[in-house]
Structure formats: C-alpha cells, structure tokens
Design a protein around this ligand. Structure first.
Ligand SMILES: Nc1nc2c(ncn2[C@@H]2O[C@H](COP(=O)(O)OP(=O)(O)OP(=O)(O)O)[C@@H](O)[C@H]2O)c(=O)[nH]1
Ligand SMILES: [Mg+2]
Length: 418
C-alpha cells in the first residue's frame, strides 16, 4: 500500500528541495517565491514502505482567497493524505505559523518541518523545536533541505504519524466564547446529520459554515456529493448560530477579522516564546547590506551598477574567450584542410564539410558559448545570493505604477533576466 504524503507551506521555504531529495526527481527550485505552479508527485522509499509525495505550490494562507489557496485547501480536505508535512522557514517563523494554524484546524495528521536551519543559524536565530511541538500538539522536526541526511528524522516522524491510529484532535486555536458557542451549535448538528465527515473534522466545517464560506460548501458538494444546505436541520443550526453572533454584535466582517487576528496573534505569541536571538557580527553586516541594496536612495543605482557590470562582463569580457576559441577552431580547420588534401577529397566535399559545416559551427560556438557561459552562472549566483528578489522588491513599485499586478511585477524582473 502506498502512503500519501503532501508537502505544503509558504512559497520559497524549500518544499521542492525536500521533494527532490526524497524522490530523486528534479522539480524546479530557486530563490524566489512561486516556482512550483502545479502539483508534482513522486515516490520515496522509507522503512520498506512506498510514500507518494505531492509537492504543492506554496501559499501563505488557505482561506480561499485565490486559486492556489483553494487547490491547497481542497488537497488537505479531499486528497486523503496520510500525512501533511508543513514546511516552514526558520528565519521567519511567525509568518509561516499563520498557515500552520490554519491547516491544524483541518487535520492533525501533520508534521511541521522547520527548514532553513542553516540560514537561521547564520542570522543568530534558534528555534526551540520541542517547545513549538508542545504548543502545536504535532511533531516538529528541524531540517536543512539541501542536506539529505537531515531529512531522515522528518521521514521517521512522518512514518510514525502514518502508522499511528490516534485520531484525537488537539485544536491549538480557540476563538472568543461567543464564536466557540456558535461553532458548537453547528458542530452538534453536523455530527448528527453527516456521519464520517473527512478527517472527522466537524469543528472546522462548522467554522466555515458560520463564516458563510460558499466555496467550501461547493467543494464539499463536488468532492463528497453532500448537499449541506439542503439539510433543514443544518440550515436551522446555522441560522441559530448567526443570530447568536448578531445578538453579541458580531457581524460577518467582525467574525472574519476575529478569526484572522486570533491566528495572527497566536502566531506572534508562540514565535516570541520559541525563538531565541543571538546577535552576531554576520547578522549586523547582513542587515546593513540589505538596507543598502533595498533602500530608496541606493537600491536602484546599485542595481544599475550591477546590471552595467554584468552586461559589460558578458559583452566585453566574452570577447577574450571568443577570440581564444576562434583561434583554436582556425588551427583545427587548417589541420582538417591538410587531412582532406592528403586523402584527395574532391573540392566540393571539402567545401561543404570544412568551409560550410565546420566553419559555421565553429563561428556559432565561439560567438555564442562564452557570453552564455558568463551570463547564466552570474544569473545563478545573483539568484542564489538572494539579490534577485531584492531587485524585484525595488522594482515592484514601478511595475505597480505601470498597472501590472504585484506578481506580474516580480515575474517581469525574472523574465527580463532570463
Ligand atoms: N541554505 C538553505 N537553502 C535552502 C534550504 N532549503 C531550500 N533552500 C533553497 O531555498 C530556495 C527555495 O527552495 P525551493 O525548494 O524552490 O522552495 P519551494 O518551497 O518549493 O518554493 P515554491 O515552489 O516557490 O513555493 C532554493 O534556492 C533552495 O536551494 C535550506 O535548508 N538551507
Ligand atoms: Mg517548489
């Protein structure tokens, strides 16, 4: 039997790197968010069991605000994963915990993978993994995705979750008393009306019904063929709960804001508790460089200087290896001509092979290869060093003024470069 495992998390936290290392496949990775655009799957073996891993596009939330969020959410609810690995970035835990809490409301078959521990160490950040695990009620494992051996513990935790029969939910988030009462009203009715709901998670669905989240209601109809709103008892319980909310002055906007802010507040609170900062020289230097590269005054001029240097290196610098290659090809051409004369090759054949094919090919190689061999590695260095996302950040405003979306702004920068 194949065990289904899905990798979820914010964009650019190392999901595909983990996926590649575990499956041996080659999903696109790089130092900017939004590379993985559709689900990818592959098999990994652990403890003599086959795991079907699904690499899901990164998302900051699953509250159904965009298509990616809906894909991720539906995958957790209806994809029947045996375990969900939520990959988080150790260098900015608070932002990542927001998604962790949202997923923990749906399922507790979760392992939290705190990745980029090496980057966190460089920045003087230590995450107390045990404490985080105690707060979340699920296993938490630290990894450096680029180092395959660090993934053993992750797979071991995943394995334990998959074989465990423990279905008790620990809900790490509680809302205010009125909202909790309203959840209970709908939840009791759902338990009576719909046996065996996915993950047996009636609480989360009750919350979504309280929010009037029609997209979830549609998804449940599509995936489970359950028409929730056709059931008068469920409808009645939603009405009772909504009236209770209004009696307590909680409109639908206040409800949404309360849910979001409760999760954000909890993420902040827990991050403060489980994170330790030690200032080091490296961190201070990086902060200074970061300011220089992204400030309004210096960011754009430095970017132009970088561009100028890279184009100069690519255009002027490549002349030297071009000349070198062309000289070598010329020497080889003379030797080939001598060889062809020695074997009395007819003139037309020598012309086609040497003056035609060989010379064209050698021109193309000597002219095209050096600029590419200079430009693309430089591009990769910029990408891996994290300067490219900073350029995108600097240009974001300009692209927005040109009425492109924020995402398009970022893509344009990469597009221009590639
Ligand atoms: N230093 C370090 N770099 C890492 C680690 N894990 C991933 N990376 C790098 O982080 C970048 C992003 O990794 P990806 O695997 O593409 O991230 P992702 O979560 O799949 O990103 P999206 O598909 O865009 O959501 C890549 O340049 C990786 O090489 C890690 O533990 N340490
Ligand atoms: Mg990816």
């Amino acid at each position: 039997m194949i065990i289904q495992l899905q990798l979820l998390g914010n964009p650019n936290v190392g999901k595909s790197t983990i996926f590649n290392n575990l499956t041996g496949l080659h999903q696109h990775t790089g130092n900017w968010p939004g590379k993985t655009v559709s689900n990818a799957s592959g098999i990994s073996k652990f403890n003599n069991k086959d795991f079907l891993l699904v690499d899901i596009p990164g998302t900051y939330s699953i509250m159904s605000n965009s298509q990616e969020e809906e894909i991720a959410r539906d995958y957790i609810c209806f994809g029947n994963p045996d375990c969900t690995v939520i990959v988080v970035d150790a260098t900015c835990l608070e932002r990542n915990l927001n998604l962790v809490y949202q997923i923990l409301e749906i399922t507790n078959k979760v392992v939290v993978c705190v990745n980029l521990l090496d980057e966190a160490k460089k920045k003087g950040i230590t995450i107390k993994l045990d404490r985080l695990s105690a707060h979340l009620g699920v296993p938490v494992v630290g990894t450096i995705a680029r180092k395959k051996k660090t993934l053993f513990k992750l797979m071991s935790s995943v394995y334990n979750i998959c074989i465990s029969q423990n279905n008790t939910f620990t809900h790490p988030i509680s809302y205010n008393k009125t909202i909790e009462n309203c959840i209970s009203i709908i939840q009791n009715q759902l338990i009576d009306s719909i046996p065996n709901l996915f993950n047996n998670n009636y609480r989360w669905l009750s919350l979504k019904l309280l929010e009037n989240n029609y997209k979830i209601i549609d998804s449940i109809e599509t995936h489970l063929n359950i028409k929730l709103l056709n059931n008068p008892h469920i409808n009645n319980s939603i009405d009772v709960a909504n009236n209770l909310l209004l009696e307590n002055g909680i409109t639908s906007n206040i409800l949404k804001n309360t849910i979001v802010s409760t999760i954000l507040f909890r993420s902040e609170e827990i991050t403060i508790e489980v994170t330790e900062y030690t200032k080091n020289k490296h961190t201070e230097l990086m902060v200074k460089i970061d300011k220089l590269l992204t400030s309004k005054l210096t960011g754009i001029p430095i970017m132009f200087l970088f561009f100028a240097f890279i184009f100069w290196l690519t255009i002027v610098g490549s002349n030297y290896p071009s000349k070198f290659l062309s000289n070598i090809f010329e020497i080889l051409e003379n030797k080939l001509l001598i060889l062809f004369n020695t074997i009395h090759s007819p003139n037309w054949l020598t012309s086609i092979l040497i003056s035609g094919m060989y010379r064209t090919l050698s021109w193309i190689i000597s002219v095209m290869l050096p600029p590419m061999a200079i430009f693309f590695p430089l591009f990769t260095i910029l990408e891996d060093s994290g300067y490219l996302p900073r350029i995108a950040f600097n240009l974001d405003c300009i692209f927005q003024k040109a009425n492109t979306s924020r995402k398009a702004g970022l893509n344009n920068v990469y597009g221009v470069w590639v």
